[in-house]
Ligand binder design. Structure first.
Ligand code: CA2
Length: 157
C-alpha cells in the first residue's frame, strides 16, 4: 500500500550501548529518566497516531545489525539512538543504508556541545535527519519526524 494512503506504520526503536543505564547512573549528563520511561512515552505517542513500535536496547553491535536487517520485512522506519556506536560503527551505517527505509537519529545530549569525537556521526549522512540535545524529548520529536516522513514521504534536501 502506498504511504499516502496508509493509516498506520510499524517502527523499530533501537537503543545502543549503555543506554540501559539511563536514570541509574550519571544523571548530570543524561537526566533521571529511565529507558523504560522513554519506551513508555514512545508507546503512548505511537498508539495515539495508530502506529506500532518495537523497542530494543543492546550493548552489542552485531545484535543491532541483526535487528536492522530483520526490520526490512517487519517495519517501515527506524528510530535510533546508537549511543557511542554513532561515532564508530560503519557496520551500523551500512546495515541502515541497506534496509533502505527512513531512519531518524536521536541523541539525548547535544553531541556538538560535547567532546570533538562525538561531533561526527556515521549515521547522519544516511538518516532523514538528526535530533540532538533535548533529553527524552529528542526521542518523542524523532518519532514525530519519522511518522511525518512515513506519512508524507517528504524529505528536505
Ligand atoms: O546523547 C546521547 O544520546 C548519546 O547517544 C549517548 C551515548 C554517547 O556515547 C553519545 O555520544 C551521545 C552514551 C550513552 C550512555 O548512557 C549512559 C547513561 C547513564 C549512565 C551512563 C551512560
Amino acid at each position: 500500500m502506498p504511504n499516502e494512503t496508509r493509516s498506520s506504520f510499524s517502527i523499530l526503536v533501537l537503543h545502543g550501548p549503555n543506554l540501559n543505564l539511563l536514570g541509574l547512573r550519571e544523571p548530570g549528563i543524561y537526566g533521571s529518566v529511565t529507558l523504560a520511561d522513554i519506551n513508555q512515552l514512545l508507546q503512548k505517542e505511537a498508539s495515539s497516531r495508530s502506529c506500532q513500535i518495537e523497542t530494543l536496547q543492546s550493548n552489542h553491535e552485531g545484535v543491532l545489525v541483526d535487528a536492522i536487517q530483520a526490520a526490512r520485512t517487519e517495519h517501515h522506519g527506524i528510530l535510533i539512538n546508537a549511543g557511542a556506536y554513532t561515532h564508530t560503527s560503519v557496520a551500523l551505517r551500512d546495515a541502515l543504508a541497506a534496509v533502505a527505509m527512513p531512519v531518524v537519529e536521536v541523541h539525548l545530549s547535544n553531541i556538538y556541545q560535547r567532546e570533538p569525537f562525538r561531533h561526527h556521526s556515521f549515521i547522519a549522512p544516511i538518516a532523514v535527519g538528526q535530533i540532538s540535545g533535548f533529553g527524552a524529548e529528542s526521542y518523542r520529536l524523532g518519532l514525530l519526524a519519522l511518522v511525518h516522513t512515513l506519512k508524507t514521504g517528504s524529505r528536505a534536501k
